[in-house]
Design a protein around this ligand. Structure first.
Ligand code: AHR
Length: 623
């Protein structure tokens, strides 16, 4: 197949792409945060799991020893008001008495989130709250998953802990295992209460608690924004299980945690509202805060009862932006961030447009109150304005798109007919899904690449876009496909993750007009941008072409309006392709489908290039 791409590089036909066109969407789904990006190793550190609105349980904590040796229960004796449960452990055996404890002692262990990654030479900070009427001698150890190797150990000994006492010890690992467990044991008779047991690696991004390898994978996408803390996760199946930010701020020990009933797992909310804002700041990405609008999957709060939700949203903005003397700004400052965060975008709910009250009462109540207090905040409506203009004021409208790969590809032009006036689109969730997309294969990535090229072209009215979901813990797949797959110790990007790298330089770049001429059977999408490389500060022309078809394409690229002498004599060609469209990455072959960069030896304003079947190719030339 032959095709022609004409790029017009004259200044009259260029347009600046929004600074934040491509970003990321983080949702607490698939254990993306608890057991993922958030480095806490203990799962259910406060023994509240299941609660606070249903009976709490100690899962996945497990008892070491039988009923004749110890009795374990929970009671309401915690010293923390908002998370009242503590673990009561009555030890019946004693090495100084007739009922001798088994070797190693009795107690409890925590397997973390599908195991704890403990690495030789690294340090781990253990904090726990303890109380006992007598003296205590508790051994704390990290052991490998088979229970045979001790990787770190220490003892907590105290003569008087009759009042709740915070203990903090450092564990140094002298061995590694990615599925380790934390054990708390004793061989001394008596009653001990435990609460808020936390084990954090000392080695997190900037000490901010983010798992470094996963953080880096997100940062490498150079996201212009980060939408958080989720879609459905924000709503909850029922409001009582929704993400309510006030429960996620303040000292970590005092956070109640909650059961996310859409993705069906407990989170201690260590990754809370402040940590999300911190993450955005660290990434240099604009925070896009999705507030709970009083609508869950099953309920819509009656308009008369909406005020507390509106106030909660206003307070959340004060928390982020208020000065340190304001009511909520002072809470932020006390958490170690006296400077305000740059919060400029608030989304009112998630996928709530068609739910009762949203358009007539809910959205306007939030919109009016927020605009009155913070006129510069950009407000995002859940209603789609791409087809017909919105009937309510908004700065942006949310647009979600999950399609099979080939429909995704053909939706590159979905915003072509959209009105050029009115609120802009925020494509906050897009992904190729379904059978043809597998668990994230090449075909899915190519469908998405075609769609994104369409968004670049329409970036006069599409302001931002992000893939969904960002993360999946391989032990707890709730949604397929995802961009980044991880276990406790490893991670890889799906082809969709690598596809996004081709667009990482588009934010703030200059879009050139380009036209493709191809025969009707070809499936091509192309765009051309000029971006400044932050490293050498030089300007590069980047042409991206997706060949969604199964034939090789000979493409002639003609660059009009550019002095050929201004073009570098060589450049770079980067290809995302693979032997089969169904190819995926895996822990065994993490980069099977990933960009391959090579030298582009012959450049010019007239170039003949070959596009592989089923490929995304970018050509970068100094200009
Ligand atoms: O991305 C997964 C889910 O898809 C989001 O939670 C929700 O907004 C959408 O339905």
């Amino acid at each position: 197949t032959n095709a022609l791409l004409v790029v017009n590089a004259s200044h009259t036909s260029t347009r600046k792409i929004p600074e934040k066109l491509f970003g990321v969407f983080f949702e607490e789904i698939n254990h993306a945060g608890a057991g993922g990006l958030w480095s806490e190793l203990v799962n259910n550190r406060g023994f509240e799991s299941g609660g606070q609105h249903s009976p709490s349980n100690i899962d996945p904590w497990t008892v070491i020893g039988n009923y004749s040796l110890l009795r374990v229960s929970t009671d309401f004796s915690s010293c923390f008001k908002r998370n009242p449960m503590a673990l009561r452990m009555e030890v019946l055996c004693d090495n100084d008495g007739p009922n001798i404890c088994p070797v190693g002692g009795v107690g409890i262990f925590n397997p973390g989130y599908f195991g704890m990654n403990i690495e030789q030479g690294k340090s781990y900070n253990l904090v726990l709250y303890i109380r006992s009427l007598g003296s205590i001698n508790v051994s704390v150890s990290l052991i490998d998953h088979s229970g045979t190797r001790t990787l770190a150990t220490t003892n907590i000994i105290a003569s008087d802990v009759s009042n709740w006492t915070k203990m903090e010890v450092k564990l140094e690992a002298n061995g590694s295992d990615s599925r380790s467990q934390l054990l708390l044991r004793t061989n001394k008779k008596g009653v001990i209460w435990f609460d808020q047991v936390s084990l954090m690696p000392m080695d997190t991004y900037k000490g901010h608690g983010f798992r470094k390898d996963l953080y880096k994978m997100v940062a490498d996408l150079k996201p212009g924004f980060i939408r958080f803390p989720g879609g459905c996760f924000v709503e909850g199946e029922f409001l009582r299980n929704a993400f309510r930010w006030k429960e996620t701020v303040g000292p970590w020990e005092e956070r109640p945690g909650h059961f996310g009933d859409v993705w069906f797992y407990w989170t201690d909310d260590g990754l809370g509202y402040l940590e999300f804002l911190q993450l955005a700041e660290d990434l240099g990405a604009s925070p896009i805060w999705v507030v709970n609008s009083g609508i869950s999957h099953q309920e819509s709060v009656e308009p008369n009862n909406l005020m507390p939700f509106v106030q909660e949203a206003l307070d959340s903005i004060e928390f982020a932006r208020g000065d340190r003397n304001s009511t909520w700004g002072s809470v932020r400052a006390a958490m170690g961030h006296p400077e305000p965060f740059e919060l400029k975008y608030v989304a009112i709910g998630n996928e709530d447009c068609w739910k009762p009250y949203y358009i007539q009462q809910t959205y306007p109540a939030f919109y009016n109150a927020i605009k009155k207090a913070y006129p510069d905040i950009k407000i995002i409506s859940n209603c789609d304005g791409s087809d017909t203009p919105l009937d309510h004021p908004a700065d942006l409208y949310d647009f979600h798109l999950y399609q099979n790969p080939s429909d995704m590809f053909s939706m590159a032009d979905i915003f072509d007919p959209t009105s050029r006036v009115g609120p802009k689109a925020f494509v906050s969730e897009y992904a190729a899904t379904g059978k043809d997309a597998g668990q994230g294969n090449l075909l899915a990535a190519l469908g998405e690449a075609g769609f994104l090229i369409g968004l670049e072209r329409n970036s006069d009215i599409v302001e931002m876009a992000s893939y969904a979901p960002l993360f999946v813990n391989d032990f707890d797949r709730r949604w397929n496909p995802d961009a980044i797959v991880f276990t406790t110790s490893e991670a890889y990007g799906t082809p969709s993750y690598w596809m996004q790298h081709f667009f990482a330089e588009s934010n703030g770049a200059t879009l050139l007009k380009s036209t493709l001429q191809a025969n009707s059977s070809s499936s091509l999408e192309a765009s051309a941008i000029v971006f400044q490389n932050p490293v050498d500060k030089a300007n590069y022309l980047r042409i991206k072409v997706v060949n969604f078809g199964s034939s090789t394409v000979s493409l002639k690229i003609v660059i009009d309006g550019l002095d050929p002498n201004l073009l570098g004599t060589s450049g770079w060609k980067t290809i995302l392709s693979s032997a089969n469209v169904t190819d995926e990455n895996s822990f065994e072959q993490p980069k099977k489908v990933s960009p391959v960069k090579s030298l582009l030896e012959k450049t010019g304003t007239n170039m003949d290039v070959v596009l592989l079947p089923h490929s995304l190719t970018s050509f970068d030339v100094l200009t």
